[in-house]
Ligand binder design. Structure first.
Ligand code: PGA
Length: 245
């Protein structure tokens, strides 16, 4: 049974009270079906304001952050440093999510700096890469992925631990996931270049996880919308596991 990373990206959603009730449902469901925790790495990436609460509520499972500054400290209003995240009990951070790249104009260079800052501080970056629909239709998918990937990892030390999340921009929040074949093609390309765990993200849900996670180069999912309800989030793993027996 291969190891599966079930990573939930809450984006700018949830509150202190819904974090507590999600965690209760999540932990209860895993107590009832402890086999689901075998060979699974869970992490929920919550807004900064919920980290403290989530770390307490999700114990012993991991809580991640959705962004980090590329700087250590100083006059960077509104930013949060790797050190600050570590202090809160975070050990994994999403960097370069397409919403950061496209809405906030983060460059591949900046994503590389953020990933390097994570590693320098003992945090594991989950580096997101993905093409737009226009780029896919122009046949540029692998070229775009290569450019984003190389810029993101070039400043990392040789033995750095990190993950890559392949998230085609056109599949995020649209209900239209990449086909398992298309996702596998890109994830295999990534794996050949970096040999680290590769997650697929973009409209992952209970109905498509079995096919996606069964692909040889896909090690799990970075899940947005379907990670906001504990039973849906867990059903994503359950449905995949049911196909493995
Ligand atoms: P989605 O988001 O599952 O809602 O498509 C995935 C992501 O943006 O990480």
């Amino acid at each position: 049974m291969k190891k599966i990373y079930l990573y939930g990206n809450w984006k700018m959603n949830m509150s202190l009270s819904s974090t507590a009730s999600f965690a209760q449902d999540f932990l209860q469901a895993l107590r009832e079906e402890a086999a689901l925790t075998e060979n699974t790495e869970f992490c929920v990436f919550v807004p900064f304001t919920l980290i403290h609460k989530a770390v307490q509520e999700f114990r012993p499972f991991a809580v991640g952050a959705q962004n980090v500054s590329e700087y250590d400290s100083g006059a960077y209003t509104g930013e949060v440093s790797a050190d600050m995240l570590k202090e809160l009990g975070v050990n994994t951070v999403i960097v370069g999510h397409s919403e950061r790249r496209h809405i906030y104009g983060e460059s591949s260079q900046q994503v590389g700096d953020k990933a390097a800052k994570c590693v320098e501080n003992g945090l594991v970056p989950v580096i997101c890469v993905g093409e737009t629909l226009e780029e896919r239709e122009a046949g540029k998918t692998l070229e775009v992925i290569r450019e984003q990937l190389d810029a993101a990892v070039e400043k990392l030390p040789d033995k750095a631990r990190y993950l890559i999340a392949y998230e085609p921009v056109w599949a995020i929040g649209t209900g239209r996931a990449a086909s398992a074949q298309d996702a596998e093609e890109v994830c295999a390309f990534i794996k050949q270049r970096v040999n680290e765990p590769v997650l697929y993200g973009g409209s992952v849900k209970p109905s498509n996880s079995a096919e996606l996670f069964s692909q040889p180069s896909i090690d799990g999912g970075l899940i947005g919308g379907a990670s906001l309800v504990a039973k849906d989030f867990i059903a994503i793993l359950k449905n995949y596991r049911n196909t493995c027996v």
